[in-house]
Design a protein around this ligand. Structure first.
Ligand code: TTP
Ligand code: MG
Ligand code: MG
Length: 348
């Protein structure tokens, strides 16, 4: 069986859990371009906001027109924070599923025989450990699981057998199928194909001529009830980071550095296991105003996990503290720009 897990209104829910005051309000997470006060687009919106028509991708100014100021909160994206939550969720899923591939910051595909019980366990653990709700689809194919998860939203679980999966996909409008883009959907609508099951009426040769051999064959299979299998391989990781909360808010460089040392040890274990050297190191600071900042630097030559970077870390931390007057509540360390160390297992 396949499981598809997708977090509910991820960025907006992430903001909700660290701002209990915002609960019950419209939460709109925005990517501000900085040109004018309201230029930019909406990145995520909670379900209350969706009820009044606010959508991801919409200009911020449009969203503001719809949202009553007293009932809404507009916030800038804080990717480091969402990435940290995503990482913790990833660990929970990976520990419990036979095979896991993370598909995006808030989405996972799994292959596991646990079925419904496994999905319930994952939903419970994620809620308990991270405080966020997600929706999960369980089905005989990866496509069925993904569409089931979408149907289960928000905070839901939908388990389909072969027959249920066929029904859901067959009845779905073509534009709702992951893998069918707006152009393909429009071309299908043109020949009076509205639902997936209508694709069966089309000649496979015509499909191949119109959409190309590969997409044509895929559409034909889709219409005929063959949804494929396998969740592919994981993309290679491009950086490793560890973030943690300080015992108390501080502006003391040495308290920050002590915490970083602890986090660094864990990240470097990963580098060692994966036989990676790195060329950039970044320090992440979350200040008391909930904003996240990064200070990073690059080395001319790649560094291995065993090399001492105390001086560099100290410089980055002091530089940050001299520029920002606020207290720091969480810190993190990130290594990136990897190089493989090849067959060498021990360098020292
Ligand atoms: P999605 O899973 O597509 O959306 P969502 O989690 O906000 O809502 P849903 O409950 O329907 O799953 O995307 C995950 C996050 O990715 C989303 O919270 C914000 C970000 N994102 C963007 O920045 N821009 C976009 O256009 C979309 C769709 C998502
Ligand atoms: Mg989501
Ligand atoms: Mg998603």
């Amino acid at each position: 069986m396949y499981l598809h897990i997708d977090m509910d209104y991820f960025f907006a829910q992430a903001e909700e859990i660290r701002r209990p005051m915002a609960k019950g309000k419209i939460i709109v997470v925005c990517v501000y371009s900085g040109r004018t006060e309201d230029s930019g687009v909406v990145s995520a919106v909670n379900y209350i906001g969706r009820e009044i028509g606010i959508r991801a991708g919409m200009p911020i100014a449009f969203a503001k027109k719809r949202a009553p100021p007293a009932d809404s909160v507009f916030l800038p994206v804080d990717r480091e924070y969402y990435a940290e939550l995503s990482f913790r969720i990833d660990e929970i899923i990976r520990k419990r599923c036979a095979k896991t591939v993370q598909a995006s910051i808030d989405e996972w595909n799994c292959e596991d025989d646990g079925g419904e019980a496994k999905a319930r366990e994952l939903r419970g653990e994620i809620k308990k450990a991270v405080g966020l709700t997600c929706s999960i689809g369980v089905a005989p194919s990866p496509l069925g699981a993904k569409m089931a998860a979408a149907r289960a939203k928000p905070d839901g679980l939908l388990v389909l057998d072969k027959e249920g999966e066929r029904k859901l996909i067959d009845c779905s409008p073509v534009e709702k199928v992951p893998g069918i883009g707006p152009k393909t959907a429009a071309a299908l609508n043109e020949v009076r194909v509205v639902a997936v099951r209508d694709i069966r009426k089309l000649d496979p040769v015509m499909l191949a001529e119109t959409f190309g051999k590969k997409s044509g064959a895929w559409l034909h299979a889709l219409g005929s009830g063959f949804y494929g299998e396998g969740i592919g391989e994981e993309k290679e990781q491009e950086e490793v980071s560890r973030i943690g909360t300080l015992k108390e808010k501080t502006r003391d460089a040495y308290m920050v550095l002590a915490k970083l040392l602890e986090l660094e040890k864990d990240a470097k274990e990963w580098l060692m296991e994966m036989k990676k050297s790195y060329k950039t190191v970044g320090i992440i600071f979350a200040t008391e105003d909930l904003k996240t900042h990064t200070k990073s630097m690059s080395f001319r030559n790649p560094k291995t996990w065993g090399e001492d970077i105390t001086k560099e870390k100290e410089a980055l931390v002091k530089e940050f503290l001299s520029e920002n007057p606020l207290e720091v509540r969480r810190v993190g360390i990130r290594f990136g720009n990897f190089m493989d160390l090849g067959g060498q297992t021990t360098l020292f």
